[in-house]
Design a protein around this ligand. Structure first.
Ligand code: NAD
Length: 455
């Protein structure tokens, strides 16, 4: 019998469930079942695999509201965000359901025969998920992995396992064969670590902190095991003087306070051209104060609590006594791990708030002088995940987009994630790309076969 660990609603501090914390032996048994299932799953015809994934997508759609409400209770996400997240799983499954019949190889002209390539599945894929977006991040791993003919073991974060567990049940309800997709709950240092060291886990997809990601990559290197890493971010929102300042200011709070700032793509540094800094801050204030921070189960909620008391302490440590807080929102009274939307002008460009990922609703605002200065400051970080550029000059938009060392940039908007476009980071934000048309190849090995035709 596995040990149990408790799951807490971060908006009420009430225990909502107790889930098993699996042992290494239990993980090994699950990997063995997964490896067994792989032998038949890889041979399911492309059309049947596609049909099963479409059905899985449809079952997620049928349970969308249930999944969303479960996420509100487990992660404190606002109801509207949680609905989007469950919908994202549905969409990612539907998108990759189109893949099995399109997993095309090449036929390459050669002398004396025929040369063809195959995209072979890898085997058992281990997907390790953080607590900030439990559903989408799981789906970005398991949907393409399954489509390419792999089986999946999925480890949700200790704090947020409930929607992943439900998705595991829904996969069976949709008709996926047993053990093709298993959800294994427990500690990162036990379950996650075992995915890295187990010789029968052929690939690890890890999303989480840079610190743990490096450890995962080191372990995978020892096994020569492929790994995809989606790690932290410190993204810049660069506002030029020629931008539509009203729109830039009205949208900036949502680009960092969405999901209470617990978003790897959070635009947590707002860089504003010096000549418009005061005007921008004047427009930003009502926008920040207008963010509705309230019970996340309300339809109107725009921001909920942080995930835990410990995380709230960590966020608060970035705003020590004496910080120049220029705008601060409010939070509800009573239980819950709340932290208000907070805008700070840091003491220097080297302050922790300009360099480190806060992962909470705290944003730094700093001025820049010209285009070159904006690019230099935007790139002055170890991370390179996302970013936004606000300008009415198309040439500048493209020059700055090309110059910022980041995987996902948006001009005059803050979008980062579309399931049909690639997502991932430069520098210490990660390795490899998820989503989009090419992600499938991260779950296959290319095999080249030459067939002699000469007599
Ligand atoms: P974390 O690194 O603490 O944990 C992530 C996952 O790894 C959890 O499931 C955890 O149990 C597991 N884990 C912990 N130790 C492990 C080990 N030794 N071996 C294997 N697995 C282990 O991160 P977190 O606090 O859950 O998530 C927040 C971080 O995730 C932030 O840094 C954020 O930027 C990052 N993130 C990145 C992206 C992206 O796509 N780039 C998306 C979301 C979150």
């Amino acid at each position: 019998m596995s040990a149990l660990h408790e799951v807490v609603n971060p908006a009420t501090e009430e225990v909502v469930a107790a889930v098993p914390a699996l042992s290494v032996e239990e993980v090994d048994a699950a990997v063995a079942r997964s490896r067994g299932a792989f032998e038949s799953w890889r041979h399911v015809s492309p059309g049947d695999r596609a049909r099963l994934l479409r059905r899985f997508s449809a079952v997620v759609e049928d349970h969308l509201e249930e999944l969303a409400r479960l996420e509100v209770a487990n992660a404190g996400h606002t109801l509207s965000n949680a609905r989007w997240e469950a919908g994202n799983v549905r969409d990612v499954l539907a998108y990759y359901a189109g893949a099995p019949e399109r997993l095309l190889g090449h036929q390459i002209p050669v002398a004396g025969g025929v040369d063809v390539t195959f995209h072979e599945p890898l085997g058992v894929v281990g997907v390790i998920v953080p607590w900030n977006f439990p559903m989408p991040i799981a789906g970005w791993g398991f949907a393409p992995a399954l489509a390419a003919g792999n089986t999946v073991v999925l480890k949700p974060a200790e704090l947020t396992p409930l929607t992943a567990m439900r998705l595991g049940e829904l996969a069976l309800e949709a008709g996926l064969p047993e053990h093709v997709f298993q959800v294994l709950t427990g500690k990162g240092s036990v379950v996650g670590e075992r995915f890295v060291t187990h010789p029968d886990v052929a690939k690890v997809v890890f999303t989480g902190s840079t610190e743990v990601g490096i450890r995962v990559a080191e372990g995978c290197a020892r096994q020569v095991k492929p790994v995809t890493l989606e790690l932290g971010g410190k993204s810049a929102n660069v506002v030029f003087a020629d931008a539509d300042l009203s729109r830039a200011a009205a949208t900036a709070p949502y680009a960092v306070f969405d999901n209470a700032g617990q978003d790897c793509c959070a635009r947590s540094r707002i860089l504003v051209q010096r000549s418009v800094l005061d005007g921008f801050l004047a427009l930003l204030e009502p926008a920040v104060l207008g963010v509705r921070v309230e019970d996340p189960s309300l339809e109107s909620a725009e921001m909920g609590p942080l995930i835990s008391a410990a995380h709230r302490d960590s966020v608060a440590s970035f705003v020590p006594e004496g910080s120049q807080v220029v705008i601060r929102g409010t939070v509800p009274d009573g239980p819950g791990f709340w932290y208000p939307p907070t805008v700070v002008v840091p003491s220097s460009y080297d302050a922790p708030l300009m360099k480190e990922e806060v992962f909470g609703p705290v944003v730094a605002v700093m001025p820049f002088d010209d285009e070159a200065d904006a690019i230099r400051i935007a790139n002055d970080t170890d991370f390179g995940l996302a970013g936004s550029i606000w300008t009415s000059d198309v040439g500048r938009a493209l020059r700055v987009s090309r110059a910022i060392e980041s995987g996902n940039l948006s001009v005059n908007s803050h979008s980062s994630v579309r399931y049909w476009t690639p997502f991932g980071g430069f520098k210490k934000s990660g390795l490899g790309r998820e989503l989009g048309p090419d992600a499938l190849h991260a779950f296959t090995e290319v095999k080249n076969v030459f067939i002699a035709t000469d007599e």
